[in-house]
Design a protein around this ligand. Structure first.
Ligand code: BTN
Length: 247
């Protein structure tokens, strides 16, 4: 159960907003950044009716079945490439500590047994050319039932792999790791641990981009987080965004 009282207990002195139902926690977070929210503040909800995913998609989970929140940061511009990585790593460490064998599907989906359990959506807010801050949106399927849905074969829920999860306690564990990594955004440790958790390096991949499809072997990831793919002509292609399929 998520409630203000329960969140106050687990989050202690952290600034947070809990909304039973909201459009998107990222929108509330952006507004709060504009009003002066401190780095490390958190917006949590039980239900989103305009939840956003990557690449213009929507993100929805029935009330009570997912952990959906935004973590606010005020990074420097040069730290921007590392914020999605930090989100993925914090979730990965937390769910691995619960006993799930999880990995990262480029760029920042968390998978268990090849199925998506978590999505990450960092969104930056600018005032003219000045970076005001970033909302790092995180959605975790805790007990979403995908049976009979189009996601039956591609998505999973945390409770399929580990015992009953308390969403507030899960949130507290993740934000503790986010605090840790947000002070080390450009460290080798962050980049290397994220890269080493990738499930597709050395495998055949197909990536849909707005500009077309790239097929080949995923050979490496560069320091900015781009995927390097060797295509059938032997050309090394640098992919900065897109949807990846293995095989
Ligand atoms: C993706 O995998 O496409 C990213 C999904 C991100 C979903 C989360 S839920 C909390 C936050 N608020 C949103 O509107 N989206 C993110």
């Amino acid at each position: 159960m998520l409630s203000v009282e329960h969140l106050e207990n687990v989050l202690q002195n952290r600034a947070f907003k809990y909304l039973e139902r909201v459009g998107s926690t990222n929108d509330v977070g952006t507004q709060w950044l504009n009003e002066g929210a401190a780095s490390g503040s958190v917006v949590v909800t039980n239900e989103q009716h305009q939840g956003r995913g990557r690449l213009g998609r929507t993100w929805y989970a029935p009330p009570g079945t997912a952990l959906m929140f935004s973590y606010l940061l005020r990074p420097r511009v040069e730290e921007l490439p590392y914020i999605g990585m930090m989100g993925a790593l914090a979730v990965l460490e937390t769910i691995r500590s619960l006993g799930a064998a999880a990995g990262v599907k480029w760029p920042n989906d968390i998978q268990i047994n090849g199925r998506k359990v978590c999505g990450i959506l960092p969104e930056a807010t600018w005032y003219s050319s000045a970076l005001l801050g970033v909302v790092l949106g995180i959605g975790i399927n805790v007990r979403v039932d995908f049976a009979g849905t189009p996601f039956e074969q591609t998505a999973t829920s945390l409770e399929q792999s580990v015992a009953a999860v308390d969403r507030a306690a899960l949130l507290e564990q993740i934000v503790t790791r986010l605090d840790y990594w947000s002070a080390r955004l450009t460290s080798d440790d962050l980049f290397e641990q994220w890269r080493d958790a990738m499930v597709m390096l050395g495998k055949r991949v197909s990536i849909n981009q707005v500009t077309g499809t790239v097929d080949g072997i995923a050979v490496a990831i560069d320091r900015q987080g781009a995927l390097l793919v060797r295509d059938s002509a032997g050309v090394l292609r640098r992919v900065i965004a897109g949807d990846i399929a293995l095989g």
